[in-house]
Design a protein around this ligand. Sequence first.
Ligand SMILES: Nc1ncnc2c1ncn2[C@@H]1O[C@H](COP(=O)(O)OP(=O)(O)OP(=O)(O)O)[C@@H](O)[C@H]1O
Length: 239
Amino acid sequence: MSSETAKAPLLQVENLNAWYAESQALHGMNFEVPEGELVTLIGRNGAGKSTTLRSIMGIVRKRKGSIRFRGAELIGRQTYEIARQGIAYCPEERAIFASLSVRENLGLPPVLSAGGSSDEELLEQFPNLRARQNSMGTMLSGGEQQMLAIARILRTGSRFLLLDEPSEGLAPVVVKEIGQQILRLKQRGYTILLVEQNLKFAQMVADRHVVVEHGQVVDVLAADQLQANMARVKTYLGV
Ligand SMILES: Nc1ncnc2c1ncn2[C@@H]1O[C@H](COP(=O)(O)OP(=O)(O)OP(=O)(O)O)[C@@H](O)[C@H]1O
């Protein structure tokens, strides 16, 4: 057995089904996230990417199948228990508190395990947040808000990050900066599952792409296979 096959993935999603009330959004998702990799969930609007992240976090409660993190089953667990196991979630809406300063926003998440970044370390890693540390949330640009939303979850000590469309609504130059920060996180050993519609951005940072359509995984491509399969992927994305 090669060392690659011997190592269990950090996250294993098997036959995951999820519902909003009676409406089924995920229909048997299957994919894995190996430790230390950056995996994207790509697919068109409404494909089920955000629902997958929310199901992993237990925010979407009605779900069946299996989600194993470091071998432990997450289905049936509450969101706070899942966070304590070492998974941090950065939602699409960023959830920056408008009436709090950058520093106050940074201090909000609890430290859940050893190894989280201190406020000082976060300001060092995100220099443009240092420059704005006393500014209120309302005064931040979209890019600064996104940086803050990512920086904040690093406080928790979690080593597995779920990021929902960090590039959304941002200018190309800002998207590039966010991409560089995310690559730095990968270099520092974080494992990342990233929802993304921006293919160029996904390509810049990912080791592997999981293509989602109608609540199912229809393709898994290593980063170096994406280009050769671009025509098919673009059809899935509707671009
Ligand atoms: N809060 C909700 N209540 C009911 N249905 C929802 C809710 N959120 C999402 N859905 C539905 O679930 C399905 C999957 O949506 P989801 O948001 O996961 O898609 P997505 O791939 O992340 O796309 P997008 O980028 O548009 O969010 C869609 O049919 C959507 O309409």
